[in-house]
Design a binder for this molecule. Structure first.
Ligand SMILES: [Zn+2]
Length: 331
């Protein structure tokens, strides 16, 4: 453990190209200023740092957009925060601030530690987890975000979210008026946050109205076809219809590189038990659907990816090349 002395004149040494992380560096200075009695630390150029015996040194590498990990360590009069990417550095900065006791429990709300001249810190900390996803799914919440995107994205950056996954309906022409999602993407990029499409949306890819004429498309539970959630993944006509509909939905989602698919919320264990699906595990049934969605996506957006989450270990179900599997659970 070591003391972080708030009475000293700290200088923040910026990384060589600070522009992509400017928002979070400014936020770091601003928040340290609040802890230091409104004496904001100076921001200094990496190539021409001033003489100082109290430095916070920011640095980063570019390990690609999937890497959001960071490390920070502390010595007497020296803090080094390193990110594996721009987002990794941002996450490291906010992790450091949270350890100092600054938190943002909800949008626009801030909680500061009691005034003190010294904060005792552990010497180093890091995270190597993959991307953190946030799924706004309720219309009310999405409207709150679109009503004040600046406030939302700074909150999301402070919470160390790396991707915000909007449901497909947010990309419809009715909702996405005047390129609303494009504007959100621009603001999100200032915080190195990615906008993605999808969520618990499998049912949206196969319209439920088909239940009345094609019950065989839908999943079986205790011998009966059920309309709600998922489908029968071994029915070739159901998959054909899913691909046709997915192409329509995906083509409306423009300028987005990742389409996240996960099982319907609360129905993660509700899969098809018809005689031909019974041979497949829950995860395998999900993978069959993900492969069909990936085929649809490769036709309309050849450079984009489907993301799925692995829920079972060990199994090696063959997946399309444009599928990225996340190995760890997300919220
Ligand atoms: Zn089935």
């Amino acid at each position: 453990m070591i003391n972080f002395d708030l009475t000293r004149d700290w200088v923040i040494i910026c990384p060589p190209d600070p522009v992509p992380v400017k928002k979070c560096i400014d936020d770091l200075a601003e928040n340290l200023g609040k802890l230091m009695g409104n004496k904001k630390p100076l921001l200094a150029d990496a190539f021409n740092p001033p003489l100082s015996d109290c430095e916070i040194i920011l640095n980063l590498d570019d390990h690609g957009h999937e890497e959001c990990g960071f490390q920070w360590r502390m010595g007497d009069g020296r803090v080094e925060i390193y990110g594996k990417s721009h987002k990794g550095l941002s996450n490291g900065i906010y992790d450091f601030l949270s350890v100092l006791g600054i938190n943002w429990p909800s949008m626009g709300r801030e909680s500061l530690p009691p005034p003190s001249s010294m904060i005792v810190l552990s010497v180093n900390k890091g995270s190597d987890s993959g991307r953190n996803f946030y799924f706004p799914s309720q219309k009310k919440e999405i409207r709150k975000i679109t009503g004040n995107p600046e406030e939302f994205f700074i909150w999301a950056a402070r919470q160390q979210y790396d991707s915000i996954v909007f449901p497909f309906s947010a990309f419809s022409s009715a909702f996405n008026k005047k390129g609303l999602i494009g504007k959100l993407t621009n603001i999100a990029s200032l915080y190195n946050i990615m906008i993605e499409a999808g969520g618990s949306e499998i049912s949206a890819l196969l319209p439920r109205r088909h239940y009345f004429f094609n019950r065989g498309f839908f999943h079986m539970e205790e011998g009966k076809r059920k309309m709600h959630n998922h489908l029968c993944p071994t029915n070739p006509d159901a998959l054909k219809l899913l691909i046709k509909n997915a192409k329509k939905i995906f083509s409306r989602v423009k300028g987005i590189g990742f389409f996240y698919l996960r099982p319907d919320t609360g129905k993660e264990n509700s899969w098809c038990s018809c005689p031909s699906c019974r041979a497949f595990s829950k995860q395998e049934q999900f993978c069959i659907i993900a492969n069909a969605a990936a085929d649809a996506l490769s036709e309309v957006h050849p450079d984009a990816y489907i993301r799925i989450q692995a829920t079972e270990n060990k199994e090696q179900f063959p997946l399309r090349k444009n599928i990225i599997k996340i190995e760890r659970p997300t919220d």
